[in-house]
Design a binder for this molecule. Structure first.
Ligand code: FES
Length: 140
């Protein structure tokens, strides 16, 4: 487990476009083993890609930076939550804040599968209502 996490960090996909990042769906699904996995999105910020309920990936990603003071909030397999190591904020698998001091849920980005042949993923800005609470997105 520890080894895989280290590898995961070293293998974060890199920029392939000035506006968004692309990663291979198949490679990601294989690497993630059914758990959230970090990629660098948009302008280099870390995002969690999320495993789909029946394979593949979900159509939204979560910004990995805790909404309190910006520590990376890792996925805790045992608790099935994102738990921030800095001051203990917790988020559910959709990034909804469960426990402060974080004031907000994790920011969202859209995930689209583009270039069907190579099944690459593209992250793009989420400017619409936050589906988790129906509010305007606090991050845009
Ligand atoms: Fe995450 Fe403070 S930075 S709880």
């Amino acid at each position: 487990r520890t080894g895989r996490r280290q590898n995961q960090k070293q293998c974060w996909p890199r920029t392939s476009d000035k506006n968004f990042k692309t990663v291979s769906v198949n490679a990601w699904v294989e690497e993630s083993e059914g758990e959230p996995g970090l990629v660098l999105g948009l302008r280099g910020e870390p995002y969690w890609l999320l495993p789909g309920k029946s394979g593949g990936i979900r159509n939204f990603a979560l910004r990995a930076e805790c909404t309190h003071l910006g520590c990376i909030a890792p996925w805790n397999e045992v608790q099935q939550k994102f738990v921030c190591p800095c001051h203990g904020s917790q988020y559910d698998p959709d990034g909804t804040v469960l426990r402060g001091p974080a004031p907000h849920s994790l920011a969202l980005a859209h995930v689209e599968v583009v270039d069907k042949g190579n099944a690459r993923v593209r992250l793009s800005a989420w400017t619409e209502e936050d589906f988790r609470d129906g509010a305007a997105p606090w991050w845009s």
